[in-house]
Design a protein around this ligand. Sequence first.
Ligand SMILES: [Cu+2]
Length: 608
Amino acid sequence: MMGPNHEFYNRRTRSTRFNAAVIMSTSWSCLDCLRLILVTSCLVAFCWELPSGVEAEDSFCQALTPSPTLTQFVDKLPIPHQIPVNTTEIRIGAWKIKQKLHRDLPPTTLYAYGESQETARFPGPTFEATLDVKARIHWENHIPDDKHFLPVDTSFNWAHPKHGGVPTVVHLHGAETESIYDGHPDAWWTPKGEHGHTYVTQHYSYPNSQRPALLWYHDHVVGITRLNVLAGLGGLYFLRSPKDKLTKLFPYGEYEIPFVLRDLQFWANGSINFPNIGDNATIHPTWCPEYFGDTILVNGKAWPYLEVYPRVYRLRLLNSANARFFNLSLSEPSLHFHKIGTDGGYLETKPQILKSLLVAPAERLDLLIDFSKLKPGDVVYVNNSAPAPFPDGTDSFSPAQTRSVLKFQVTAWPNSRHARGPSNSDLRHALQYVESARTVQKIKYTNALHRYLRLQEFDDANGNPIVSLIENRTWRDPVVNFPREGAVEVWEWINTTPDAHPIHVHLIQFKVLNLQPFDEDGCNIEVGFSKPGTCFTGPPIPPKIYHTGFKDTAIVWPNFVTRYGIRFQTSDGRRFPFDPTLGPGYVFHCHILDHEDNDMMRPYKLIH
Ligand SMILES: [Cu+2]
């Protein structure tokens, strides 16, 4: 079995999709028609599972009811609590909880990680791991619901436990780990002991033998990752070198700020507003091409503020949104972001001094900001200017309030002791350290095997997306990519869709080598630029500023081929400290979770 339904109409133009959204949101007769079609199709197919939550209102994906108006910058930025992880196994569960996400919003029902239901939060606890010290976590599932509180779409592959319950499985994103501990999408489990066909264990072990970096853990169940992550199942995982801990040249402790971004939309009663009517509902009853919320949260609070002293701070940033890209900037013209690291750890080049930061879902950034020239009482806003969908969305999914993220409030040192405190972790020292920590290893790609991975979107006659695929295959199609352990390969992502896709490859950290514009019309993508029959409309161009450094997720632009250089060994150039050919194998996928769930994900396996 290979390839999509032949009735699909390739390919969408952005304008048709938005027109459809506008029509649906303004015309009651159309919506009534849609409801009728839905009811009919569900009676026939039994395919639509209503959410078990309290909401009776329908919610159409391109026109969600706006969230209640929330005053910005009234809640303090929460900092998730830290848990050291090492060879002593700890137990972490997924729990159903209620959590206040804004001062004026009633508590929101969530699924969240924690040691207990009382301590479970969104985001989950921040794990503190040490280089080359194994970490053992027993992942448990204590979600009591028989059905998910968000609408499961059963029209495409999903876990579908026979005895009900909400399946979970945990992926440590960016980790170089054995595939039985990688959170394979079919390795899920439920509280009733049911599990997916690639399940081996819930006692996970992480070797932590890679470049120190900020990783993150999140749910990865086939077909409902977008729901489980949106519901709150995610958190940070710091892998630190003892050298970092000893030198303390970087801001640390209260001066190192985790910064977990996402968007959500809410009903007035505080529950999450998630669409229960898809934009192609006769085929996918509840699936929407992308989930965009109108409320921006950092560390689980809507538009929080953070008091900062006039000194250097380190921000460890993650975009944990399902689909929203952020393009962040600071309102104070004299300030910059000093970017010192990415998904896979410290930059190998000089720190980048930037006025804005484009960050796609699942990408991380290691940043320094120097507030030392500011005075108590000064305020600095973190703003966002990214379109949604990225890159050519309109304001429909980016109402004015989504342009704001967080407020820094500069405050006076409480006493002279603090003022003299750990301020030696100044910018100059920190940046020198980054430069001295370079581990430049030139990798030669001349004899590398090239894989051509085409991203395609298939739409209906109205331009509404039905499915997005990689290499014209679904999740269930057989594995066709078998890289050899230790090999160097170039993966060429040929993006024929109108969207940018953050493409994530499990197990390894890669480098973006270059991008090249193309127009695929009666040509061969394997023929080089300026040769007869080529698809390329220009020569390769260097990676963008947001592509630099070690990456596990990178932005793959529409109408470009984006080339990943991958070496199938650890990011610091060693053999994996485990056999990567064993177990269910690994996956690569789009990290727009709504795409991932609807088949923009493929398995791959290593061989010796
Ligand atoms: Cu995508």
